[in-house]
Every structure is written in structure tokens, then in C-alpha cells.
Design a protein around this ligand. Structure first.
Ligand SMILES: Cc1cc2nc3c(=O)[nH]c(=O)nc-3n(C[C@H](O)[C@H](O)[C@H](O)COP(=O)(O)OP(=O)(O)OC[C@H]3O[C@@H](n4cnc5c(N)ncnc54)[C@H](O)[C@@H]3O)c2cc1C
Length: 541
């Protein structure tokens, strides 16, 4: 394959367009560094787009992992200031159900207070007034400052700000090798998945923010990191059954959190070690679905009558511990490795572990280290500088609102003003479940680097609502073909999206979900002939 050498050299190359890499790129750009962010697929393709969207107060970790709990509450307070458009300030309840040990509540409250987390014990009746669908037999409840956070909007706001401050950011650009010479990483080799061309990019410092894939990357420099791929599965219910984040008040275990997320509810999660070879092809199992349903119905019995939309799984990028087979007790603390001191390889930093909500602190640590290596004296400002979308005071906070305008506010905050709306066509809705307009699709293509249906979904939530793309995917593919001037890819795009949505529906396909899926198959394959127009090989990424 022909190598197209890039003349551009950077201070910093960041590998990985999850929330951590996006945060690092933003921090570097704000400190005046020349930075390049490289993502092999699309932003949020990894764990950052496959999580619970819970902005932890830290309560969950207060008893078992107090350092991580303190990190969570500090960053929880920072994110409320800098990313308010991504957050729905729901608060959370830790409830004790009949099967749980009520004496754990005192241990929990004490640990929260020691970690600096407000934890107010409330009467079970008061909890039921706040959340009428909770299990009526609950024995105790504690209110904490948990919240619901939109991980897609959070990562994108970081990418946008990085770009606004001069960063270059490329998607579909896979790092295939590290350029190592004289004991120093001097850059990276990449493969551009859209053009098939290979490139080289050079920088004084390379930051590995590739999540669970980071261990494979550093092997190119002869470095070994023992990662622990901890798979977690989540169920998506087609209704919002509660207004607060609901947790079981017990030691962290499987299936103990229900998070309201816009129009839907997320029930999770599990934690199981998987092989590194399974990370790119995760399957949700029947046992996981059964466990999550059973425990979910204990928390909120109404879930038994609520339609399941889909199931998905993600992999937490944790650092291995020999004595914890599930990974449940591995610290969610931040790991920042300077490979010069650890492995004798200069110019390479790994930033991993942590959580979605501690991404900013992770980025600060990695950027501080990069600045020290580069001899740059520039302070971090990300704890106080609002992200694009949250810049105006009193910006509408996130959360489900019934009108289309407000839903765009949740996704883009005060940046919604940049969404074209003068034209009647731009104001037309293209995804009714999530209130996405044609103008918002145009904005995502022009400003947010969207170029296909899947990454449009990650930027606008198009196809993520009740119909799971069945009604909107076809017309959006048509619109995309017009807007991008690329009609050839429209069919492949459509087939991929339908395939991806089906993968999520399949583990929960019974009753009305199965009927809906069969109807969609009849329309797209039987009527439109999608399976004849495109081969299976073209659908697979
Ligand atoms: C089931 C589950 C539930 C969770 N729930 C929560 C929660 O409620 N709250 C919370 O705070 N945290 C939660 N987390 C943790 C959180 O999602 C992660 O800690 C966080 O998203 C990690 O972000 P990251 O950017 O480090 O990694 P990732 O998001 O995985 O990003 C890594 C990126 O690197 C890219 N990449 C990999 N290799 C290459 C390469 N060679 N070249 C270029 N790019 C590459 C990948 O495509 C990927 O996009 C959860 C995690 C899981 C799995």
C-alpha cells in the first residue's frame, strides 16, 4: 500500500476519539499546542457510546473505592458548570429492597459523607412520592446528586471546542503502527478507511487514549500493559419509567442501576471478563438479558409491562487485577502512564481507566504530562471554561422536553442557534421519535463531521427512539445522498444501519419488538429489495 507522508508535524497526536481522547485534544488545543486527534471509526465508537450515561455522584463507589468516589463527585460538580447542556440534573436514589441488607444503608451514608458526597436518608414513602413506580415494598432510600448525562453530546462538544481552538481531528483514520526510533515514539502510521491510503504523522508526544484497544497499540513500541476487558450489558426500555437515577443500595453488583435517558430508560449493567479477541464483536447473551430484566423488575415492577427496545454491550477499559475475575472490584480510578519512566520509551503517554465522568481530569493529567515533556508552561482551564453549547448562562439543561426545539437544545445547547431553521424544509422533522429536523442533519454534516447514517445517529440521536430507525432511516439515507452528493453509499449505509439496529433488537426480539422487526424486514427487504441491492460483504464494516 502506498504511504502518503504528511508534512505536518504536531506537538501532540492523540489516538482515540472517545470522550478521553476528545477531552485531551481539547485541553491540548486550549493550551496552545498543535494537536491531531485520530479515531479509527467515529467519535464515541467505543465505550463512550456504549455506557449507562450516569453522571455518578460517586455514591456507587463510596464504600468499595473511595478514591474513585472522590474523583467522581469533584468532576460531577465541574461538569455541572462546564457541560450543563449534556446533563439532566435528576438526582438519584439508592434504595433498599426487601432482599437487601438495610444495615448497609448506614455504611453507605457514612462512606458518602467521608468522600464529600451529600447523602440524605429519606423516608420510603417520600421516595415513592418522588418515584411512584418504585417497588412499593422498599425499606429505605438515600438521595444523592447523581444525574443523567448524554455521552454523545459530551464527546462531540469536546471535539468541537478542540477544532475551534485549532486542533485537527480525523475520523476513519486507524493507527496501524507507532514510529519508534532512538528509544522514542516519533509519530504514527495510519490507514484511512475512506480512501484506503496510508499516512504517517509526526509529533513530539503521542497520547494513547484508545481505551481497551490501547494495550494492542503500545505493543508496537514493545510495551506491555495488562488491560482487563470488562464487558457490560445494558437494556433499553422504550419509555421513561422514572425521573431520577435509581440504584440499589448494596455493594456494587450486576443489574442495580436504572437511568432515565431522554425518552427511554437504561437498565444495567453486568460485568464479565471477556477475551480481547471478542472486544470487536460483542454479543449480548440470553442470560444477561434475563438477569437484567429480573433485577430491573424488582426495582421498578412496571418494567415487566414496558417494551424492551434493544440491548447493547460495551467494554470498560480497566487495568487488570489478578484477584478479581469479574472486574467488578477493580478500581475505576484514573491511570496515567509515562512510558519514558515506566518502560524507557520517550514520547508516549497512556491515559486509561477512570469513567466517562472523570474524562476531563484524565485529560488534564495527560496534558500536564505532555506539557512537561514539551517544556510548555500553560495552565489547564477546562475545569472552568464551558464547552460549546453550555457557554451562555442559564442555558437550558439537558433532558427530555416534548418540543423539537428543546430536544435540539439538549443535544447542542446554545449551539442550536447554528442549526438552519429559516427555510420551511429545514424545520421539517425527519425523525419524529427524537425530534430531529432536516436542518439539524445539515448542521451535523457541515459542522460535526457526520457523513453517514451511523455517525448521524451519534450526533443527533436520529434512529435511537421508539422506532429504532425503521421509519426515518430510509428517508434520511435519501437526504444524506443529496446533501453529501454521494448517492452510491446511500444503500450500503441504509443496510448497515438496519443491520446494526437489528443486532441490538435481536436479543430482546419477542412480542411487539419481534413483530416490528419482521415488519421492517418485510418493508426493507421484501418491498425495497435492500438485500438484493447490496451484498452481505458490503454491509459488514
Ligand atoms: C457497560 C458500560 C457502562 C458504563 N457506564 C458508565 C456510566 O454510567 N458512567 C460513567 O461515568 N462511566 C461509565 N462507563 C465507563 C465509560 O464508558 C468509559 O470509562 C469511557 O467511556 C472510556 O472512554 P475512552 O475514551 O477512554 O475509551 P473509548 O470510548 O473506548 O474510546 C477509545 C477510542 O479509541 C479508538 N481506537 C482504538 N484503537 C484505535 C486505533 N488503532 N486508531 C485510532 N483509534 C483507535 C476506538 O475506536 C474508540 O473510539 C461504562 C462503561 C461500560 C462498558
Amino acid at each position: 500500500m502506498r504511504i502518503v507522508s504528511s508534512n505536518a508535524t504536531y506537538d501532540v497526536i492523540v489516538i482515540g476519539g472517545g470522550v478521553t481522547g476528545a477531552g485531551v485534544a481539547r485541553d491540548c488545543a486550549l493550551r496552545g499546542l498543535r494537536v491531531l486527534l485520530l479515531e479509527r471509526h467515529d467519535y464515541n465508537h467505543g465505550a463512550s457510546g456504549r455506557n449507562h450515561g450516569l453522571m455518578h455522584s460517586g455514591g456507587r463507589y463510596a464504600v468499595t473505592d473511595p478514591d474513585s468516589a472522590r474523583e467522581c463527585i469533584l468532576e460531577n460538580e465541574v461538569l455541572r458548570r462546564i457541560a450543563c447542556h449534556c446533563i439532566e440534573p435528576t438526582d438519584g436514589l439508592f434504595v433498599t429492597l426487601p432482599d437487601d441488607d438495610l444495615s448497609y444503608q448506614a455504611t453507605f451514608v457514612d462512606a458518602c459523607r467521608q468522600a464529600g458526597i451529600s447523602a440524605e436518608v429519606i423516608d420510603p414513602q417520600q421516595a415513592l412520592q418522588l418515584e411512584p413506580l418504585l417497588n412499593p415494598d422498599l425499606r429505605g432510600a438515600v438521595r444523592v446528586p447523581d444525574a443523567s448525562i448524554d455521552p454523545f453530546a459530551l464527546t462531540l462538544a469536546n471535539v468541537l471546542d478542540a477544532r475551534l481552538h485549532g486542533a485537527e481531528t480525523l475520523t476513519e483514520q486507524e493507527v496501524t503502527d507507532l514510529i519508534v526510533a532512538g528509544g522514542r515514539v516519533q509519530g504514527v502510521c495510519t490507514l484511512d478507511h475512506r480512501t484506503g491510503q496510508s499516512h504517517e504523522f509526526h509529533a513530539a508526544v503521542t497520547i494513547n487514549a484508545a481505551g481497551i484497544w490501547g494495550a494492542q497499540l503500545v505493543r508496537h513500541a514493545g510495551i506491555n500493559i495488562q488491560m482487563f476487558p470488562a464487558k457490560g450489558t445494558i437494556l433499553v426500555y422504550g419509555q421513561r419509567v422514572g425521573q431520577m437515577v435509581l440504584n440499589r443500595c448494596r455493594r456494587p453488583s450486576n443489574a442495580d442501576i436504572l437511568v432515565p435517558d431522554g425518552t427511554v430508560s437504561l437498565m444495567g449493567t453486568t460485568s464479565d471478563r471477556i477475551g480481547i479477541d471478542e472486544v470487536d464483536d460483542m454479543r449480548v447473551t440470553e442470560a444477561e438479558v434475563n438477569l437484567l430484566m429480573r433485577e430491573g423488575e424488582q426495582l421498578v415492577p412496571q418494567l415487566a409491562q414496558t417494551r424492551l427496545l434493544r440491548a447493547f454491550a460495551g467494554v470498560r477499559p480497566l487495568i487488570a487485577s489478578d484477584d478479581d475475575p469479574s472486574g467488578r472490584s477493580i478500581s475505576r480510578g484514573i491511570v496515567c502512564l509515562d512510558h519514558a519512566t515506566r518502560d524507557g520509551v520517550e514520547g508516549l503517554i497512556t491515559i486509561t481507566g477512570g469513567k466517562l465522568i472523570t474524562y476531563r481530569k484524565m485529560a488534564e493529567l495527560a496534558t500536564d504530562l505532555a506539557c512537561r515533556k514539551l517544556g510548555v508552561d500553560a495552565a489547564c482551564t477546562t475545569a472552568t471554561l464551558p464547552l460549546p453549547g453550555s457557554e451562555q448562562r442559564n442555558v437550558i439543561t439537558g433532558g427530555f422536553k416534548p418540543s423539537g426545539k428543546s430536544n435540539a437544545s439538549k443535544r447542542h445547547g446554545d449551539r442550536r442557534r447554528a442549526i438552519p431553521a429559516d427555510d420551511a424544509l429545514d424545520r421539517m422533522s425527519i425523525c419524529e421519535c427524537e425530534n430531529v429536523t432536516i436542518g439539524e442533519v445539515r448542521y451535523a454534516i457541515e459542522q460535526l463531521q457526520a457523513h453517514d447514517l451511523a455517525n448521524l445517529m451519534r450526533r443527533t440521536r436520529l434512529g435511537m427512539g421508539l422506532c429504532q430507525g425503521r421509519s426515518c432511516a430510509c428517508r434520511t439515507a435519501n437526504l444524506l445522498a443529496h446533501l453529501t452528493g454521494n448517492p452510491d453509499s446511500a444503500l450500503r449505509d441504509l443496510a448497515r444501519l438496519i443491520d446494526e439496529r437489528w443486532r441490538g433488537t435481536k436479543p430482546v426480539a419477542w412480542g411487539s419488538a419481534l413483530r416490528d422487526a419482521q415488519l421492517a424486514a418485510a418493508i426493507y427487504q421484501g418491498l425495497c429489495g435492500l438485500d438484493k441491492a447490496i451484498s452481505r460483504k458490503e454491509v459488514e464494516p
